[in-house]
Design a protein. Structure first.
Length: 224
């Protein structure tokens, strides 16, 4: 069936935009680490204790939307799978941002219907996006965010927008735990429990430091 908009699979959207609602699924345990989509690994233990993330360029994971049935078997071995982080840029038309939120929630709802443990990924742009970017996410659940690429340390506007959106997320969703891929402003850690995971680039930089000092990188140093 040719259905590029995935309209043959519809999920309940109890909100004004019909954005699919994700079920509240308690985690057996918090992922020990996060692995990017399509990273090859043969270590069963590594996969079984990991969360799969999509904090990479959008084109690298369009397959989860274009060929949803085909990718599900590759998701099941992971302890949990974060919903796709389709981009929300603040200079994009709102309808494009809404569409990416819809696609992210749709993928999560579809994966849940296939028995995959799902963690909702939350992202926002400006305050205008608050009216749709949190829709479909159950309150008091574990959620995931990312700071990679935001440059909040150098860009005051990026920092302000991030902190404001983070506060809004806490107010609207009251998450039980936030998983963050990358570092986070300290003020955010005062609002809710946050677990920060090192990014791939942080792992690579650490490996290079070891290589410069000892002539080689420690085993597993660039695994994130």
């Amino acid at each position: 069936m040719n259905d590029p908009l995935n309209l043959h699979h519809r999920f309940d959207g109890r909100n004004h935009l019909d954005i699919p609602e994700l079920a509240h699924t308690p985690l057996r345990s918090v992922p020990a680490w996060l692995i990017p989509y399509r990273q090859r690994t043969e270590d069963v233990r590594l996969v079984g204790e990991a969360g799969l993330h999509f904090f990479v360029d959008d084109y690298r994971f369009e397959a989860v939307w274009n060929r949803p049935q085909q990718v599900v078997p590759g998701l099941r071995p992971f302890q949990a799978v974060l919903t796709p982080d389709f981009s929300l840029y603040r200079d994009w038309p709102l309808v494009a941002q809404m569409w990416n939120v819809y696609r992210s929630r749709w993928c999560g709802a579809y994966w849940q219907s296939q028995g995959v443990t799902v963690i909702p990924t939350i992202s926002w742009s400006t305050a205008v996006s608050y009216e749709f970017c949190f829709l479909g996410v159950p309150r008091h659940s574990v959620v995931a965010i990312a700071t990679v690429g935001l440059r909040w340390r150098q860009d005051e506007m990026a920092r302000s927008l991030f902190i404001a959106g983070f506060q809004e997320m806490i107010q609207r969703l009251s998450p039980s735990l936030v998983l963050c891929y990358g570092r986070i402003p300290s003020i955010c850690q005062e609002m809710v429990e946050v677990i920060c995971y090192p990014t791939r680039w942080q792992g690579i930089r650490q490996a290079r430091k070891w290589a410069a000092r000892w002539g080689r990188a420690p085993r597993g140093a660039a695994r994130q």
